[in-house]
Design a binder for this molecule. Sequence first.
Ligand SMILES: Nc1ncnc2c1ncn2[C@@H]1O[C@H](COP(=O)(O)OP(=O)(O)OP(=O)(O)O)[C@@H](O)[C@H]1O
Ligand code: SF4
Ligand SMILES: [Mg+2]
Length: 342
Amino acid sequence: MTADTTAHDIEAPGVRIRDLTVVYKTPAGELPAVRGVDLALAPGTITGVVGESGSGKSTLALSLLNAVQPPGRIAAGSVEIDGLGDVLTLRGEDLRRARGRQVGYVFQAAQNSLNPLKTIGKQLLDLGRSHDVEDLRGLVRDAKDLLARMGMDGARVLDSYQHELSGGMRQRVGIMLALVLNAKVVVLDEPTTALDMITQATILRIIREVHEERALTTLVITHDVGAVAEVADSLAVMYGGRVVEHGPVTEVLGDARHPYTQGLIRAIPRLSGDLSLARALPGRPPTLGTLPTQGCVFRERCERRMDVCETDEPMSVNRDGRTVACHAADRHLTLVKRKELV
Ligand SMILES: Nc1ncnc2c1ncn2[C@@H]1O[C@H](COP(=O)(O)OP(=O)(O)OP(=O)(O)O)[C@@H](O)[C@H]1O
Ligand code: SF4
Ligand SMILES: [Mg+2]
């Protein structure tokens, strides 16, 4: 198979994460970093995942590749990818082949994960060979093209060692490596953090272009809610290992239903639209050790908490294509619906 025979002849696959729980072993026992997550990535769309540090975004991303390492472990759930099956049941050679070829990825801090002893070009060829790419010239051509689109001299970059490239350049090399095998599912964990704002916007635009050209299904993780608004079709908001809100990006940002999402948006002037009203979310996100074991994970910081939030975990409720896990949002919507009926 050549590098590009898979590019345009397969439809974008859907991805369904069901009831996913991932735990890490700690001195206090195994604690969940991702808990009971249900998330569907619609074929051909970009899903953005946002949430403060430690909310479980990278752990979720690693699960999509069945790449959670000890002291972590996937304790429950499934990750079904069309044409591949449940990734969590893949082992050994099947798993190695799926990574890169079917699921392309940039891990967080990918700029630090290149081999310091080999040129980027040599690493590209190794990648191609390990995935049985016959047309290695075509692979190099595609790599140069992707690098050029990201504003780099492809030939020079392929001849370079990682220490000869800046952090931003290495990050773009990581994105190239995630895309060059023409995987149909692409997972990008903080792909642009080492870049300045303008380059960040450009790279996200290129990711969007490549996504559309190749009919991909893409997951982009970022701290930057503003940036994700420009690139994603739908948005999942994580807090304390849970997806607390998910829906079309314009709806989630334009009419957030979960108090945490509302707080995140208020903290960003260019989204809240008013510099003087922008204010940081009070308090701190929980760590694995401070996560509440009952009730709502967000209750310590929530202005709308009620008695029930102390004792009962809110279920994810799906209405009109939007999912929210909050007792107050649920009641509010029920009241609105009742009013509409009378
Ligand atoms: N190897 C590990 N051992 C123990 N705990 C871990 C490990 N990796 C992650 N965790 C914990 O799991 C939780 C989720 O971490 P994760 O890296 O998935 O969050 P994140 O949302 O990607 O954060 P960030 O925005 O900082 O990248 C955190 O509380 C983190 O401390
Ligand atoms: S369930 Fe309760 S504490 Fe949690 S976000 Fe909703 S109102 Fe706040
Ligand atoms: Mg992370």
